[in-house]
Ligand binder design. Structure first.
Ligand SMILES: Cc1cc2nc3c(=O)[nH]c(=O)nc-3n(C[C@H](O)[C@H](O)[C@H](O)COP(=O)(O)OP(=O)(O)OC[C@H]3O[C@@H](n4cnc5c(N)ncnc54)[C@H](O)[C@@H]3O)c2cc1C
Length: 250
């Protein structure tokens, strides 16, 4: 027989053995504090029960603390531990959420199958089986919800910045011969009638001597580093263009 403290932990342990198969190291580490809170709660529970309640270990089912000879108190303490932790941190992290799903699942399974439907072990035994079924169901609900909507978490957020897209302000180029793409971004490096068949440097527009760099350029990476790099690169292209102009026509 497992000691009382370890019995509910065994189900967590089963889940714990499977979780490393698909969780990242960072997500696994996130379990440390919530699990510590739960185990601390159970240690306090055992201490209080041993010290202040007179429970005969051979007939513990006779005590209301082991209603239906189950570990309902441990499931309740687990719920309280993660809720206190969430209130302290002002957020419900994914690990605490999983523990909450399992512990609430324990209660739903126990209340539904044992208390409401009166499905009992015969001859009477501990009815933790119903709670364990509920825990597994709670775990499945958690995984199902995580897949549907990504991770759910509550965070104390003051500001939210949302980037929903970018429109180039190139309307004023209409009619000056600079080609823009369907989104209005300036096309560079393309052949055009104005270039008269000469090779066009990658940052030059369809108008010779007019260059475009950064976000406004069609096909640019839309990153600061990209804009800086193109800004540096275009200097050489400008010198090349001006040098060509200075050369006498043959
Ligand atoms: C919300 C957000 C978050 C971002 N986060 C990142 C990030 O984390 N890392 C990253 O690398 N990049 C990020 N970017 C992209 C980055 O900001 C751009 O790639 C970069 O600023 C492009 O530089 P730019 O000089 O080409 O254009 P801009 O920085 O847009 O500069 C263009 C300037 O031209 C001015 N202008 C426009 N029209 C005219 C006109 N007719 N006459 C005179 N001036 C005009 C504009 O007012 C503006 O000041 C982010 C962009 C946004 C919007």
């Amino acid at each position: 027989m497992l000691p009382a403290l370890l019995r509910p932990a065994a189900t967590f342990g089963g889940a714990g053995a499977a979780l490393p198969a698909f969780l990242t190291r960072e997500r696994l580490t996130g379990f440390f504090v919530p699990l510590t809170a739960v185990f601390a709660g159970w240690i306090v529970q055992d201490f209080v029960v041993d010290r202040w309640f007179d429970v005969d270990p051979d007939f513990r089912q006779q005590s209301w603390l082991y209603w239906y000879d189950t570990d309902w108190l441990a499931a309740l303490v687990a719920i309280m531990a993660v809720l206190v932790l969430a209130l302290t941190r002002r957020r419900l992290d994914p690990a605490s959420s999983l523990i909450l799903h399992m512990a609430v699942g324990w209660w739903i399974g126990f209340l539904l199958l044992v208390v409401v439907l009166d499905w009992r072990m015969t001859p009477p035994r501990g009815d933790n089986w119903a709670g364990c079924l509920g825990m597994v169901a709670g775990m499945l609900v958690y995984f199902w919800r995580s897949r549907l909507s990504g991770e759910e978490s509550i965070a104390d957020i003051r500001n939210l910045f949302l980037f929903v897209g970018a429109d180039p302000a190139t309307g004023w180029l209409d009619g000056c011969g600079v080609t823009v793409d369907r989104g209005g971004f300036v096309v560079t490096g393309a052949q055009s009638e104005q270039n008269q068949g000469r090779p066009v440097p990658p940052l030059e527009t369809s108008v010779p001597g007019v260059f475009a760099v950064g976000d406004v350029r069609s096909g640019s990476v839309k990153r600061v580093g990209g804009a800086i790099g193109e800004g540096a690169q275009v200097v050489a292209a400008l010198h090349g263009f001006l040098g060509d102009m200075a050369k006498p026509a043959l």
